[in-house]
Design a protein around this ligand. Structure first.
Ligand code: FAD
Length: 459
């Protein structure tokens, strides 16, 4: 067969969010795809009874879901979030809108339900799903993999082109690294997280939300914070982010619910009463760790490639890990489908295009932790935000907040990082030490932006 004429068969490792969507896109393009997933089939085992964990879906992720005709169905099970509802320690809470209006919002979706929907789509598209099959090792020269099932039974399987969507702890990555070092670097954040739950409030016999439903809630406390995202059934998933070790408060200084409840009474007095099962949640839910993962190489010629968290896990503070992974799937499926490109070439091009963007969102996600836990309550930050909002209205061709570039456009993350930096420098120059946006002459601000920066790119 001539080069480029046949489609290689694909062996996908990991049926999480990214793997299931990638499988769907590839199967729809006519690839034979076998997907090996470590867990049992969540559609049989059921997420019912488990905790609801949710995540924020934004335009990049939605755009990818539209390619698979799944966006509408996903949004039917999502709760709209217009902005950040900031709860200071003292004083009234207030909404900081993410976008200019309700066309720029993000969506809270349940991770379990989304994964089930994507696995159903993958199966319907023709992907062969193999659950309870964990990748143990890979022989890239013989093109064979070894998988272990739930009973500890090993099995050797012939593999096609291997794609690892097996997450931050990727087993395929470890196997590739053992064959040819990938230049792995893991930077621990030093902060961990724990999930708690606000159940629906009971009012006039009906379950309803205990807080404003259409917002992402933040309790910023400088060095740490709590956040809460709504679930369709009326509950909220709360996440506490704290230093892992060190002086109080840290997860080390709050080893159990008794210590943690006293800390919450001091620092989150309005939140604690909304979490009736605080003690049980705190003591039974693990502390998650957070790191950024960088690799020099994402692929082994045309034989194996990493995608999603397996290639570039990031900290969660921009709500973009899944969105970025979904954006990866479209880029990869398009490259593989281009006629005349062999797989090695498509993989190299995938890394060339996506790595600068993955690096950029990794950095912006780290910066956003400081913004969320601290800056959102800072007067100078708020003045910059207000000046930015005025400029977004006055010169939309030249100013768009970085958060909006990341969240509501398809412009490359690397562009958002660079443009955001340039815009921020100008806003600082205009404001100086002032914490009052009204002190800035908007005509002068317009002239400065138009002389210093080219018009915004489109996308
Ligand atoms: P995963 O979701 O980790 O899936 C990997 C899959 O591979 C799993 O199903 C696993 O069982 C399977 N697997 C693992 N090992 C093997 C093996 N050896 N063999 C076979 N299968 C295997 N992103 C957002 O966009 N918005 C958010 O709001 C957001 N919030 C987050 C909050 C937190 C606290 C965290 C930790 C992350 C958050 N993220 C968010 C990031 C998001 O969760 C990840 O980017 C996303 O899950 C990556 O998808 P993935 O498919 O690459 O990896």
């Amino acid at each position: 067969t001539e080069r480029g004429m046949t489609k290689p068969s694909i062996t996908l490792i990991g049926g999480g969010l990214v793997g299931a969507l990638l499988g769907t896109l590839l199967a729809r393009r006519g690839y034979r795809v076998d997907l090996f997933e470590k867990r049992t089939d969540p559609r049989r085992a059921g997420f019912a009874g488990g905790r609801s964990i949710n995540l924020a879906l934004a335009e990049r992720g939605l755009h990818a879901l539209r390619q698979a005709d799944l966006a509408d169905e996903v949004l039917e099970h999502a709760v709209m979030m217009r902005g950040r509802m900031v709860h200071p320690r003292e004083g009234a809470s207030g909404l900081q809108r993410y976008g200019v209006d309700d066309s720029e919002v993000i969506w809270s979706v349940a991770r379990g339900g989304l994964n089930v929907l994507l696995l159903d789509a993958a199966e319907a598209a023709g992907v062969q799903l193999h659950f309870g099959q964990s990748l143990a090792s890979a022989d890239f020269d013989a093109r064979r993999i070894r998988v272990i099932d739930d009973h500890g039974i090993h099995r050797e399987v012939e593999a096609g082109v291997l794609i690892g969507a097996d997450g931050a702890g990727s087993a395929l990555r470890a196997a590739m690294d053992a064959h040819t070092p990938l230049g792995l670097r893991v930077e621990a954040l030093g902060h961990g997280y724990k999930e708690l739950e606000i159940p629906p409030a009971q009012g006039d016999g009906r379950a309803r939300f205990a807080l404003e439903p259409n917002a992402l809630h933040i309790w910023p406390r400088g060095g740490y914070m709590c956040i809460a995202l709504p679930n369709t059934e009326g509950s909220f998933t709360v996440t506490l982010f704290l230093p892992a070790k060190g002086a109080h408060p840290s997860f080390a200084s709050l080893p159990d619910a008794a210590h943690a409840a006293a800390f919450f009474r001091e620092d989150f007095p309005d939140l604690l009463p909304l979490i009736p099962n605080f003690a049980e949640d705190y003591d039974s839910h693990p502390v998650g760790t957070l790191s950024t993962l960088y690799l020099d190489r994402w692929h082994l010629d045309g034989r194996a490639l990493l995608i999603g968290d397996a290639a570039h896990a990031i900290v969660p503070f921009h709500g973009q890990g899944m969105n970025c992974g979904f954006e990866d799937t479209v880029a990869l499926a398009d490259l593989l489908a281009e006629s005349g490109r062999d797989t090695a070439d498509a993989f190299a091009e995938f890394q060339r295009i996506r790595q600068p963007d993955a690096d950029a969102i990794a950095q912006m996600a780290l910066e956003n932790y400081v913004e969320m836990r601290d800056s959102v309550a800072d007067p100078h930050y708020l003045a910059k935000r207000e000046l930015g909002a005025a400029l977004a209205e006055r010169i939309p061709s030249h100013y768009m907040a970085r958060y909006r570039l990341v969240t509501f456009t398809h412009l490359p993350y690397a562009y958002a990082l660079e443009r955001g930096r340039a815009q921020d420098a100008l806003l600082r120059r205009l404001l100086g030490e002032s914490c009052d946006a009204k002190t800035v002459d908007l005509a002068a601000a317009e002239a400065l932006f138009k002389s210093a920066l080219p018009p915004l790119a489109h996308g």
